[in-house]
Design a protein around this ligand. Sequence first.
Ligand code: GTP
Ligand code: MG
Length: 285
Amino acid sequence: MPRYAQLVMGPAGSGKSTYCATLVQHAEAIHRSVQVVNLDPAAEHFSYPVMADIRELIQVDDVMEDPSLRFGPNGGLVFCMEYLANNLDWLEENLGHVEDDYILFDCPGQIELYTHLPVMKQLVEQLQQWEFRVCGVFLVDSQFMVETFKFISGVMAALSAMVSLEIPQVNIMTKMDLLSPKAKKEIEKYLDPDMFSMMEDNSASFRSKKFDKLTKAICELIDDYSMVRFLPFDRSDEEGINIVLQNIDFSIQYGEDLEFKEPKELEEDSGNQQQDELFQDSVGS
Ligand SMILES: Nc1nc2c(ncn2[C@@H]2O[C@H](COP(=O)(O)OP(=O)(O)OP(=O)(O)O)[C@@H](O)[C@H]2O)c(=O)[nH]1
Ligand SMILES: [Mg+2]
């Protein structure tokens, strides 16, 4: 039986740890078991139960204090991740060998980990060898996505993670609860973007004419391949959280190998509701 993993990525402060905590709570409410591994060597507080913590393997403070390394905070974090990639047996020991488990990996916010460094790719390949089906979950903060040029940067960041990791990826706009009703309406066009008309609408807001052609070419590329879509994530909206989870589950075929219980013993009048519950149980078990 396969195992399932979400690699929760995104820029610093985009809401990765909050997303993990929210999903754990949501999973509990629908009787599913979801666990979280902290892969952020700089994290200090967790609002979810931690199944394994990279800081037991290596501490960023130790790396920075080491006189032979002399790293600053960012170099130190990258060093920690490379150390993890070279010591993946530590992770294997902590993950155990539970069939059918579902694990979220709360990753650090260093964007270079998702653009050009090989560490995350190595981690993905190893997880796949351990029979995990891995979905990349790339978070961007909706607060920064309300203008076209910021949106394009967010799309490019998500795209580079997709290109470098080569796994199914679901992109999410976080902190939707912080948007005003007007901004919420405005952001709808960014969730399923038509880049070309966006460019036309906003061309005046692009700062330099010099780069107009390049920006247009990038927008066309994104449009032509329909490569990047975003799902809204509002931590206070259970229905929305469920839609996000369903999309991710679908991408890693979670639930397909689980047995569906035949609703034989259901009483006819309450049939539909109980069927739904049974299905949830079978998905969650
Ligand atoms: N209102 C609201 N605040 C959020 C949401 N998600 C995150 N935040 C806040 O945003 C800040 C950063 O959230 P984190 O979950 O720590 O973000 P992160 O991506 O894990 O950050 P790093 O690990 O430092 O890269 C915290 O103050 C959170 O409380 C959300 O959906 N709604
Ligand atoms: Mg975090």
